[in-house]
Design a protein around this ligand. Structure first.
Ligand SMILES: *Cc1c(COP(=O)(O)O)cnc(C)c1O
Length: 360
């Protein structure tokens, strides 16, 4: 008997059950090919159809205008920390907004390639995001980079950053497709698939034609965005299986009503957990400031590390798995991406009430 749990892991993360079932049903014979998707040649018509479908679905879910390309890369979001400066930094400077662990890493990596400026005030813990009026961009910035949702810290921008003339590049790994965005404000958006749109091993990069033009002459082999743009994401063998699963996840999201509809569900899910925190008389304390609370990664603390360990153990015993916070910040983290079911969030909220009653 198959026993599924409620999976709160931050990534790789939960996938829609119907997607897994579909992949299982198509595993041995994909659409009459007599092969699984993993065994298909990436140059075959059957696979090209999958890749084009995934791209089309992403385009329509994100309402992408024609002047953006959708590329499928490998190397995780982390490789983008290098590819972005390799393709766009030139002599710099580039502006980095640092609001958490991932944006800090992106900035440190870029500093290996040229001049970077940090454009917001830093504190010793990452609990908030700057208001737009606080940001002081360099006058000639090659680009502005930020992370729209800090997966580890549980901090999310409630607005689309305005570059005030500089191209905006965004790591949206953990909140892409979770809410509508104003695409016109972005020049590049990238996202490792394993949080919100598929399995690990594929990174979706959305890039404007204008930015591709800027880095056209760069000879970086498969570290060039143009190598992917000019070869339908296949200057070399892509992660065919990962792209297939992205296609299925996007189809599932269409069935849910698309990004605006899932965004309402996401707000409801996050609201349930934050209410438990706020109404617990301090038994639980949220790690992010109210205005910067993430709808994808809900982070909170209990009075002691021991109590947090007990919380995670007892939750796991009733099928609520993966709640331990990242080792760098500790505490509790409930990752509740698009595919995480409302029912699981309700179960956790109930458990939080029970646990606080028994342990206060
Ligand atoms: C997970 C994550 C990364 C790193 O992703 P990899 O695919 O492991 O390289 C980078 N940025 C954000 C916002 C993430 O959530």
């Amino acid at each position: 008997m198959i026993q599924r749990v409620f999976n709160f892991y931050s990534g790789p993360a939960v996938l829609p059950e119907s997607v897994l079932e579909r992949a299982r049903a198509e595993m041995l014979d994909f659409k009459g090919s007599g092969m699984s998707v993993m065994e298909l040649s990436h140059r075959s018509d059957a696979f090209l159809t999958v890749l084009r479908s995934a791209e089309q679905r992403l385009r329509s879910l994100l309402a992408l205008p024609d002047n953006y390309r959708v590329l499928f890369l490998q190397g995780g979001a982390s490789l983008q920390f290098s590819m972005v400066p390799m393709n766009f930094l030139d002599s710099g400077p580039a502006d980095y907004v640092i609001t958490g662990t991932w944006s800090e890493k992106a900035c440190k990596t870029a500093a290996n390639f040229g001049l970077v400026n940090v454009v917001n005030q830093l504190s010793d813990r990452y609990t908030t995001v700057p208001g737009e009026e606080e940001l002081r961009f360099s006058s000639e910035a090659k680009y502005v980079h930020y992370v729209s949702n800090e997966t580890i810290d549980g901090v999310e921008f409630p607005y689309d950053l305005n570059g005030f003339g500089s191209p905006v590049i965004c790591d949206a790994s953990s909140n892409i497709l979770s809410r509508p965005i104003d695409i016109g404000k972005y020049s590049v958006i990238y996202a490792g698939a394993q949080k919100n749109i598929g399995p690990s091993g594929v990174t979706v990069v959305i890039v404007s034609d204008e930015m591709l033009e800027r880095c056209r002459g760069k000879q970086n082999g498969v570290l060039s965005y143009n190598a992917f743009a000019e070869n339908e994401s296949m200057p070399n063998t892509p992660n065919t299986w990962g792209i297939y699963i992205i296609d299925l996840v996007c189809e599932w999201l269409e069935e849910q009503g698309g990004v605006a509809a899932i965004s309402r569900v996401n707000a409801k899910k996050a609201g349930l957990l934050y209410s438990e925190i706020d109404e617990s008389d301090g038994f639980y304390s949220g790690m992010a400031e109210l205005a910067a609370r993430s709808r994808m990664n809900v982070t909170f603390r209990l009075a002691s590390g021991d109590l947090e360990a007990k919380f995670c153990d007892e939750a796991a015993a009733i099928g609520l798995v993966g709640l331990r916070g990242h080792r760098s910040v500790e505490g509790i983290r409930a990752s509740i991406y698009n595919a995480f079911p409302l029912e699981g969030v309700e179960r956790l909220a109930e458990f939080m009430q029970d646990f606080s009653r028994k342990n206060c």
